[in-house]
Design a protein around this ligand. Structure first.
Ligand code: CS2
Length: 491
């Protein structure tokens, strides 16, 4: 079977959406760091509409900060790939053409810097995951002792980290008299624009206080709330897409019909007309971000750890098992929902019901193991902020504590049958060293609470916090995840 490419684009069945604009005429207005499936199923799809409408300023240069896999898949396809939108009732396929070039930073950091410093570039966007910000999750400050940050401060012309690239590009643009890039974080972090601004400015200041002052004064970092569920692509997915297209796509992305993007409108250098594709521009993104992180992502992580421990492979399977759907419904309605600031005119109950339906989507095989990754980076903004608010108000948070306790059991690296768990987390080694040999829930908890970068110093000092999490750890150790969750449904 032929490969998807510019040459085979015209042979696709008529039902397949595809780029109908002049791809060769696109300028590289967006440089995106973190060329993963999430970006390819979300922001590029929004940008595609502007390209169709004839605004050729917004081609994308995609940058992988680590591995060459995506570039190796996309290059023989002239950057084309398929977005497959799936629910239980049918699939829709769109070939996206906005990515004109893919770069692999470790192979050639200079090429990435050249793309960022190019006069055509206006926006540098990021999906580098939580750990890509090299910050302390509990405080949001740059981790100045991070080995990659130390490396990038010592080698500014050949960086490894996102902030290292952005700082060097900013210095070069400034020296060349070009306007600063707008830096657009699209990651699941509370106040993602502010977080990016904080670590970027701190890094720039450590390089050169004058660059730090310029970064603080001239570089806009709008916040965004970005939402679409995009599970990792499997070989079965590749076959499904090949069947529909009649050509092979080495790396299609699989996603759901739902998509949302709420953006703070601060783009001094212009931006694509993302509103035409359904994005919402607002003055303050924070309430939307908080809602999404606490409801969607808080539930997702809770389902992932408990579901994995109970032996379920996917979120949809977990949702179908006894007790799990009521557990996350209760978590959202009774514990997380009431901590959220009011959004006038927004139907929170309908949003929560829609989340439950999205988690149940049978066509998305979203693995619990995938969501379980990087828990030390995710748990602070998904569960701990909500728990802090509940504690302050003197209100119960048993379900949130159960999700947290499940992470603590999971990240030790042993499942309920004694089998090894492949824990992917920047703190995996240190967490295992501190907790894997312990059997007593009190000891396990004490050792976790020593990780100040996750828990801060306030939570370990709270008796109510300790007591509640300890009770859930006892439940999980005694009854296992499946029975503990069923007990909630009965309650
Ligand atoms: C998930 C998110 O993997 C995870 O941690 O919770 O990627 C989630 O699917 C997205 O935030 C949905 O927008």
């Amino acid at each position: 079977m032929d490969r998807l490419s510019d040459a085979t684009l015209h042979d696709l069945p008529e039902t397949i959406e595809r780029p109908r604009y002049d791809r060769a005429g696109l300028a590289n207005g967006i440089v995106h760091l973190g060329l993963g499936a999430f970006h390819r199923a979300h922001q590029t799809v929004y940008t595609e509409r502007s390209l169709e409408a004839g605004d050729a300023r917004w081609g994308t240069v995609g940058v992988s900060l680590r591995s060459p896999d995506t570039r190796d898949a996309l290059e023989p396809q002239d950057g084309l790939y398929t977005v497959a939108v799936r629910n239980g009732e049918g699939d829709r396929f769109q070939v996206v053409g906005g990515i004109r070039q893919s770069l692999v930073a470790p192979e050639n950091p200079e090429a990435v810097l050249a793309a960022l410093a190019d006069p055509e570039a206006r926006i540098a966007s990021l999906t580098v995951t939580e750990k890509g910000y090299c910050h302390h999750p509990a405080t949001g400050e740059l981790d100045e002792a991070h080995s990659d940050i130390e490396h990038d401060l010592a080698n500014p012309g050949a960086p490894r980290t996102a902030v290292g690239f952005l700082a060097e590009a900013t210095a070069r643009r400034r020296a060349a008299g070009l306007p600063a890039l707008t830096l657009l974080s699209c990651d699941n972090l509370a106040a993602n624009g502010e977080t990016l601004a904080r670590v970027f400015r701190r890094f720039a200041t450590l390089r050169d206080p004058d660059l730090g002052a310029y970064a603080a004064g001239e570089v806009a970092c709008p916040s965004t709330m970005i939402d679409r569920i995009v599970p990792a692509t499997t070989d079965a997915d590749r076959d499904l897409v090949a069947n529909a297209l009649g050509v092979r796509d080495a790396w299609p992305v699989m996603t759901e019909p739902f998509s949302q993007w709420v953006i703070e409108d601060r783009f001094p250098n212009g931006r694509p007309d993302w509103a035409a594709s359904g994005a919402t521009f607002v003055a303050d993104v924070a309430p939307f971000e908080l809602m999404k992180l606490r409801l969607l992502n808080g539930s997702h992580s809770t389902l992932a750890y408990l579901g994995y421990l109970a032996g379920y492979e996917t979120v949809a399977e977990t949702m179908a098992a006894p007790g799990f759907a009521p557990l996350v419904e209760g978590l959202m309605r009774e514990e997380a929902g009431p901590t959220l600031p009011a959004l006038p005119g927004f139907d929170l109950a309908a949003y929560q019901a829609e989340l439950v339906a999205r988690f149940r989507n049978p066509a998305l095989r979203h693995r619990t193991w995938q969501i379980a990754m990087d828990g030390s980076q995710k748990v602070p903004q998904r569960l701990l902020g909500t728990i802090r608010d509940r504690l302050k108000a003197g209100l119960p948070f048993d379900r949130l504590a159960l999700g947290l306790a499940a992470w603590m059991i999971y990240a030790r690296g042993r499942d309920e049958k004694g089998g090894a768990i492949d824990v992917r987390d920047p703190l995996a080694g240190r967490i295992a060293a501190a907790t894997a040999q312990l059997e007593n829930p009190g000891d396990i908890l004490d050792n976790y609470l020593g990780f100040a970068q996750v828990f801060g110093t306030d939570l370990p000092a709270s008796h109510a916090f300790r007591r509640t999490v300890l009770a859930r750890l006892h439940d999980l150790r005694e009854k296992g995840a499946a029975r503990t969750v069923t007990a909630y449904e009965a309650a």
